[in-house]
Design a protein around this ligand. Structure first.
Ligand SMILES: Cc1ncc(C[n+]2csc(CCOP(=O)(O)OP(=O)(O)O)c2C)c(N)n1
Ligand SMILES: [Mg+2]
Length: 286
């Protein structure tokens, strides 16, 4: 496809519009996962609009596309909004989130929506699925990459670590995992529920190429992906330190927003904050 290469300020503006649409879809659904969705929107915006991902919305099954696996499927409200802005469907359809029969299921359903590579929701399986895809690409000498988005909560599950071993053994240099290191999960803070300590040290000892980044800094995200792409010998992990609920102050850093949608009053407050930011970015361009 023609390269989508936004400037940093355009990426910020795009991510803000995507956050606005995510909030609107969550309130219309009346349920859903707000914190992780908002937290990973900068990473996902950088992937789709920062000229790092190879994709063509007019050919969603194009054999040379990069594969994106959303392992932590519950953050799909944010991902759906990114896919809509990328052109897979119209943003006006985002109001169908979680409606009966909708293609925007509460957890992603691959056969309902083009742009999705896998169905997800049961946590801890996406990295294994991504290993299978990446290994297939290596065997076929294909040049596409697999981008696997995971969460820190998923690193408390054994299946994730089986995949970590597999990827190192088979030198899956075409596998790029981006983990949402937001320090929260369904029942509280990760370090209280089941400490993960340093994912960086763990992954290094498992033979992966590891980078820690600020998951809200577009330059850092894009540089990290490009570095991961140029590393052919090892699987890569980018540990994206994010703020759950990013962009909506009353949601930020609070585990209680893991699986909750905003009320009408909270939506007004959230949209005011995001639209103020969008307006400020707009006037920067004038
Ligand atoms: C195998 C499995 N066990 C439990 C759940 C229920 N569950 C949904 S989200 C979640 C929390 C996972 O932590 P994380 O992905 O870090 O959450 P976030 O950062 O998005 O709040 C849990 C336990 C699930 N979806 N799948
Ligand atoms: Mg988390």
């Amino acid at each position: 496809m023609e390269a989508v290469n936004f400037t940093e300020s355009q990426l910020t503006q795009k991510a803000t519009q995507i956050r606005i649409d995510t909030i609107k879809s969550l309130v219309s659904a009346g349920s859903g996962h707000s914190a992780g969705s908002l937290g990973m929107i900068d990473v996902m915006t950088a992937l789709y609009f920062g000229d790092v991902l190879t994709y063509d919305v007019s050919k969603p099954l194009w054999s040379e596309r990069d594969r994106v696996v959303l392992s932590n499927g519950h953050i799909c409200p944010g991902y759906y909004a990114v896919l809509a802005h990328a052109g897979y469907f119209s943003p006006t359809e985002l109001g169908e989130l979680r409606k009966l029969g909708s293609k925007l299921q509460g957890h992603p359903h691959r056969e309902s929506l083009s742009g999705l590579e896998t169905s997800s929701g049961p946590l801890g399986s996406g990295l294994s699925q991504s290993c299978g895809m990446a290994y297939t690409a290596l065997l076929n000498k294909s040049s596409w990459n697999v981008f696997c988005l995971t969460s820190d909560g998923e690193h408390q599950e054994g299946n994730t670590w089986e995949a970590v071993l597999f990827a190192a053994k088979y030198q899956l240099g075409n596998l790029i995992q981006i983990v949402d290191r937001n320090n929260i999960q369904i029942d509280g803070f990760t370090e209280d529920v089941m400490p993960l300590d340093s994912l960086n040290e763990k992954y290094q000892s498992f033979g992966w190429h590891v980078q820690d980044i600020d998951g809200h800094n577009f330059e850092a995200i894009i540089d990290a992906v490009n570095e991961a792409k140029s590393n052919y010998q090892k699987p890569s992990i980018i540990i994206a330190h994010t703020i759950p609920g990013k962009g909506v102050e009353f949601m930020e850093e609070l585990p209680e927003w893991h699986g909750k949608s905003p009320s009408l009053g909270e939506t007004v407050e959230a949209l005011y904050e995001l639209r103020t930011l969008a307006g400020a970015i707009e006037s920067d361009h004038d």
